[in-house]
Structure formats: structure tokens, C-alpha cells
Design a protein around this ligand. Structure first.
Ligand SMILES: [Zn+2]
Length: 244
């Protein structure tokens, strides 16, 4: 079985004008209107949000989405008077707003407190195998995988669990893996007040495994390196730790 990940460089050098390069699972033969989505091309580093994104309360959003999802199921021909289906529109709406897309709302951003690095530890710190549960913004299907984060402390450190929280916060939005990788790296740069950050994400896309090309073995690797991680030796040390 060929389970080699597809390696995509999304490092600072390879990126132009804030645009991201899409990764390319070949989805030949799909209909042309969805070509951009099938190539998983993201158009910007910031999640495309409307100015009025948070004018409605969570409760108002749940009520609206519930109604729309009821329409989707009805259109598909489902009988919503069935006991098993009755609660589905509300359940899905609540899940969208409160759980799987909670990371859209800046009010939910984890509060990061930093500490002085008392041990004067100036070596690389790596946290690997951080759970990533996200949703592809082109198909609204899960992206599931692991993130690996490395940094060299500039004198401040953050609690390790905060790294997990940052990863989770940015993952819980309709996403594109390249954008997620860069968003996490940028947030860590701010929190840790350093450019010396590496973020690698290795994830499976359900939109690749259960539709389109239906390949359930391939995974996608995206990486963002900055500062000292642009040096070959530092990067190789990091890659050795995460053994990709
Ligand atoms: Zn997709």
C-alpha cells in the first residue's frame, strides 16, 4: 500500500502576497464548477468572514440554521415527522455553532498567558501529535489528523496545553489545511513573541476518502517554518523529533 503523504511546502518563502498555494489531489473528471474546491485552494490566510459575522447571537444562529437544515432534509425527501429525524435539524444547528465551528468567533479564542522561561532553556521545544479535528470548507466534511509544533523560546514560554487549545480553536472552522497551518503559526508567533516557529500538519480529508477520488490512504502534509526553522539543521532536528 502506498501511504506516503503528499508533502506540500507552505513555508514563508514559498508564499506570495498572502496567497496560499493549494494542494493537489488529482480529482480529474469532476464537474468544473467545483474545481477550485477540489484543488483545495485557499484564497487568503484570514478566514473569509463577513463584517456582520457576529451581529447575530449564537441562539439566533442556531434557530436560523435549524430551519435551513430542516429544508435541506425535506428537499432530500426525508420525513421529519419520524422520531429518529425529528431532532436532527436542531442537533446539527447547535453542533455547527457551539462545537465544530466555535473557532469562527474571536470571543472563543483561548486566553494565552505567558511565563518567563526560568530555566533559560534555549533549545528547541517540540509538542507533537496534537489532535486536529477540522472541516474542509469546500465540502463540509471532516479533516482529521495531527499537528506538530516546534519553537525556540525567546525568553517566554506558554503552557503546553495552550498549544493544543490554539490548534483546536483554528481547526474548528470551515478550513483549508494550508490556511490552518499558517493561522496556528501566526498565533504562536504572537503568543511566544518569536519568529522561531514550526508547524506541520498531517491529516486525512474525508472529502478525498469518501467521495471524488475515494482514496482512503493518502494523507496531506502541510508545513510552515519561520525564523530559525528556515535553517536546514534546525528544520532537520525538528523533523527528526516528529519523525515524518
Ligand atoms: Zn474538501
Amino acid at each position: 500500500m502506498n501511504e506516503k503523504p503528499i508533502l506540500i511546502g507552505v513555508n514563508g518563502n514559498g508564499r506570495m502576497n498572502g496567497k496560499l498555494n493549494g494542494h493537489h489531489h488529482s480529482h480529474n473528471g469532476s464537474d468544473h464548477t467545483s474545481d477550485i474546491g477540489d484543488m483545495h485552494v485557499a484564497t487568503s490566510i484570514d478566514t473569509p468572514l463577513r463584517k456582520d459575522a457576529f451581529d447575530l447571537s449564537d441562539e439566533e444562529k442556531v434557530a436560523i440554521i435549524e430551519e435551513k437544515f430542516r429544508e435541506i432534509l425535506t428537499t432530500l425527501g426525508m420525513d421529519l415527522t419520524d422520531d429518529s429525524l425529528m431532532g436532527t435539524p436542531h442537533r446539527v444547528a447547535k453542533m455547527y455553532v457551539k462545537e465544530i465551528f466555535y473557532g469562527l468567533n474571536p470571543a472563543n479564542k483561548p486566553k494565552i498567558s505567558v511565563f518567563d522561561n526560568k530555566f533559560k532553556y534555549r533549545e528547541m521545544l517540540v509538542e507533537k501529535e496534537i489532535q486536529v479535528q477540522s472541516f474542509c470548507e469546500h465540502h463540509f466534511l471532516p479533516i482529521v489528523g495531527r499537528a506538530h509544533v516546534g519553537y525556540v523560546s525567546n525568553g517566554v514560554v506558554i503552557g503546553l496545553s495552550k498549544i493544543n487549545r490554539i490548534v483546536d480553536y483554528f481547526a474548528r472552522r470551515p478550513q483549508v489545511q494550508e490556511r490552518l497551518t499558517v493561522q496556528i503559526a501566526n498565533e504562536l508567533k504572537k503568543a511566544l513573541q518569536t519568529e522561531d516557529i514550526a508547524v506541520v500538519i498531517d491529516a486525512k480529508h474525508m472529502c478525498v476518502s469518501c467521495r471524488g477520488i475515494q482514496d482512503d490512504h493518502s494523507s496531506t502534509v502541510t508545513a510552515e517554518y519561520s525564523g530559525k526553522f528556515n535553517d536546514r539543521a534546525t528544520r532537520e532536528e525538528f523533523l527528526k523529533y516528529i519523525r515524518l
